[in-house]
Design a protein around this ligand. Structure first.
Ligand SMILES: Nc1ncnc2c1ncn2[C@@H]1O[C@H](COP(=O)(O)OP(=O)(O)O)[C@@H](O)[C@H]1O
Ligand SMILES: [Mg+2]
Length: 234
């Protein structure tokens, strides 16, 4: 087992004075390669803030995020961007596809941004096959269904062979039948590729058994589901 993520004493405070909000409060935990992790908790508890810190989309007020053993808090902004583009994959609630591009072109984007085009087309085709969209490769992204769009987003999130795929409410915009298909797809991709996933959801019941559940409550992290959660002490 190897650690892909280690966060220590992570704290995020938004605003100042009377408007101050402590969105994350001294959170520490680590995640091993290949783990399929759910982050749950009520609205406003700090889930998206946590994901944004791990995704290097925003900086913590205090604490450390290490990915593949590299302490990202020490990196320059330039380094952080290229680190994010090569080490992390993202899946959002809304698939955020570029509608004027084809399915294939959307999946290729992260590779173009990261400048690692060599085998990109072959890898993208392979992933599109795995998510069941081989026949849609040349369709424009505005000509496919919501469920298909989220499959494209999964392929796009994986195309860089990232250390961690981060997903914020990836089924939040889908009906329950499509949600279950997308959940099963993410789980099977995780197994096939030994791919680490960290998924924020308010519908953990759609996910069935997973490796780990982390509950966020008032900015603090607890191991396990809410009713049995214990504070994580790393
Ligand atoms: N950019 C921001 N500026 C100020 N407050 C924020 C910002 N983002 C989130 N918050 C606050 O931080 C807390 C946690 O928010 P968030 O991480 O979005 O929660 P969740 O994703 O669990 O619903 C909330 O009180 C929210 O209002
Ligand atoms: Mg959120």
């Amino acid at each position: 087992m190897s650690k892909v993520l280690e966060i220590n004493n992570l704290t995020k405070i938004y605003g100042e004075g009377e408007n101050k909000v402590k969105a994350l409060d001294d959170v520490s935990f680590s995640i091993e390669k290949g783990e399929f992790v759910l982050v749950v908790g009520s609205s406003g508890s700090g889930k998206s803030t946590l994901l944004n810190m791990i995704g290097l989309l925003d900086k913590p007020t205090k604490g450390k995020v290490a990915i593949d053993g590299i302490n990202t808090t020490k990196l320059s902004d330039n380094k952080i961007s290229s680190f994010r583009n090569t080490k992390l994959g993202f899946i959002f609630q809304f698939s955020n596809l570029l509608v004027d591009l084809t399915v294939m072109e959307n999946v290729l984007l992260p590779r173009q941004i990261a400048g690692t085009n060599g085998t990109a087309e072959k890898d993208a085709r392979e992933l599109l096959k795995l998510v069941g969209l081989e026949s849609q490769i040349n369709k424009r992204a505005n000509k496919i269904s919501g469920g298909q769009a989220q499959r494209v987003a999964i392929a796009r999130g994986l195309v860089n062979h990232p250390s961690i795929v981060l997903a914020d409410e990836p089924t939040g915009n889908l009906d329950s039948v499509t949600s279950e298909v997308i959940v099963e797809l993410m789980k099977s991709m995780a197994k096939k590729l030994n791919q680490t996933f960290i998924i924020v959801t308010h519908e953990p019941e759609h996910f069935g058994d997973v490796d780990r559940v982390i509950t966020i409550k008032d900015g603090k992290a607890f191991e396990g589901k809410e009713h049995s959660a214990m504070e994580v002490v790393a």
